[in-house]
Ligand binder design. Structure first.
Ligand code: HEM
Length: 442
């Protein structure tokens, strides 16, 4: 007989109201440290439950039928439609199978040269002592890389601005929608209106891209052509323009925001830790000796890779995953009612002193000796886990390491004296005021 969740220690209503709204990241971290491995939290009308036992986390993420994506995703649905991130069931499985080949190791290896070339291109405009918002630069760069590699689009600055603005507006709007307030609320606010107009712009850009490809008649080796050609095994139908739009918008959003945030936090950490930065410079000198990196260099860029892993530990681009129970079930001996939202937080687990020594400190060396394989599954999961784990994981790791190596061997980024760092946890963990840096040649 399973036990009642609410017999477990949990925060009172006032602590939830104040803590969650002020700082959801620290609120969950404090809950975990204070109340244990399963923490029920009554958030307005919803019962949510924070899990911090790695076995429970793995159990939930593995079972995509019993645990579907959480309610917060329903808000995203309006923006990303029925694409890979938001869809469920057989439909999701089919779309995942169709999209997978574009992310096969062999295929993504072709993308390495584009990643380095596009990075080298933006560096041509950088000048000594210039002050830049490197978050903005990383956003634009990773966006252009996704558009080129997956959609064979060379974006003009205007086109890029238009889509990036739409995505930004959608993210801002998402933040104003509370998890418990996802139903339509009647009257439109100015933020709703801005969001709708941004969505119209995004749709226009996506449909124009699809239309152009149809008119060209020529099919390419990229994701867009592949999705256009695929036929349903049962009825022979092809994807509609709406479906193509949803998949494209999902991959563009998931494929640039996450990597650009990871790189932005990495630049901040490097500026704050000169001894790490020095070690990175040494590795780049030894491995690259002034030339641009290639795919073949990746196995030798050991410290560079450890920096990215450590940066994703402290500042995971996705700070938590949520799943909703589709049936009554049990976790760790406790009764989980149908509809209960389970939270698995990278932010909490990645900073857990049970698994990481000095968990709040940036120490890339902790990833030496394959430590990743020694910590239990369910502790470090920047790319998620189970069947819904990130389809772009290898793409993103390769991209982050190549971009970091290309830039860091030429430029040192120091934080500008007026650089204001504030976390903005939204769909992804963003620096609220960007990351303002001063460029210095290495
Ligand atoms: C540092 C970079 C990245 C991080 C930290 C990251 C993280 C994640 C996480 C945590 C999930 C799982 C979400 C869940 O289970 O609810 C996910 C899913 C996904 N990611 Fe990534 N991601 C990154 C880069 C990318 C890139 C480069 C792409 C594509 C080009 C991408 C495409 C996707 C897609 C399509 C999904 C949904 C997969 C599915 O449900 O089948 N991601 N990502």
């Amino acid at each position: 007989m399973s036990k009642d969740l609410l017999t477990l220690p949990h925060p009172d209503e006032r602590t939830v109201m104040e803590g969650y709204s002020q700082n959801p990241l620290d609120f969950f971290k404090n809950c975990a440290r204070e109340f244990g491995e399963i923490v029920p939290v009554q958030l307005e009308d919803d019962l949510i439950c924070l899990l911090t036992n790695p076995e429970h986390i793995t159990e939930v993420l593995k079972n995509r039928v019993l645990f579907v994506k959480g309610k917060d995703l329903q808000i995203l649905h309006r923006f990303l439609g029925n694409g890979l991130i938001t869809s469920e069931g057989d439909f999701w499985q089919r779309q995942r199978r169709l999209t997978q080949p574009v992310f096969h190791q062999q295929r993504i290896e072709d993308y390495g040269a584009v990643m380095v070339e596009y990075t080298a291109r933006i560096l041509q405009t950088w000048r000594e002592d210039e002050v830049r918002d490197v978050y903005n630069d990383m956003m634009r760069l990773t966006f252009n890389i996704v558009m080129k590699t997956l959609f064979d689009q060379d974006m003009t600055d205007n086109e890029a601005n238009q889509i990036l603005y739409s995505v930004e507006e959608a993210m801002n709007w998402y933040e104003t929608q509370s998890v418990t307030n996802y139903a339509d609320q009647g009257e439109l606010t100015p933020a709703d209106i801005r969001y709708q107009s941004a969505m119209e712009q995004l749709d226009q850009a996506m449909y124009a891209m699809i239309q152009q490809r149809r008119e060209q008649g020529e099919m390419k080796r990229d994701l867009l052509s592949m999705l256009m050609q695929v036929q349903d095994a049962d009825d022979g139908s092809k994807m509609s323009d709406l479906q193509l739009r949803d998949e494209a918008a999902s991959l563009i959003t998931a494929g640039h925001e996450t990597t650009s945030n990871t790189l932005s936090w990495t630049w901040m950490l490097l500026a704050q830790h000169p001894q790490v930065r020095e070690k990175l410079t040494q590795e780049l000198k030894t491995v690259l000796d002034g030339r641009l990196p290639t795919l073949e260099d990746l196995p030798s860029l050991v410290y560079t890779t450890m920096i990215i892993k450590e940066s994703m530990r402290l500042y995971p681009a996705v700070t938590d995953l949520s799943r909703e129970a589709t049936q009554d079930c049990e976790i760790g001996g406790y009764f989980i009612p149908k509809g209960c939202t389970l939270i698995m937080s990278q932010w909490v687990m990645h900073r857990d002193p049970r698994y990481f020594e000095d968990p709040e400190v940036f120490i890339p060396e902790r990833w030496e000796n394959d430590i990743e394989k020694q910590i239990p599954r369910g502790v470090y999961f920047p790319f998620g886990d189970g069947p819904r784990f990130c389809i772009g994981k290898s793409f993103a790791m390769m991209e982050a390491v190549l971009i970091l190596a290309t830039i860091a061997q030429k430029w040192k980024l120091e934080l500008a004296p007026d650089c204001k760092i504030e976390l903005q946890p939204s769909i992804t963990l963003r620096p609220k005021h960007g990351i303002k840096v001063i460029l210095k040649q290495v």
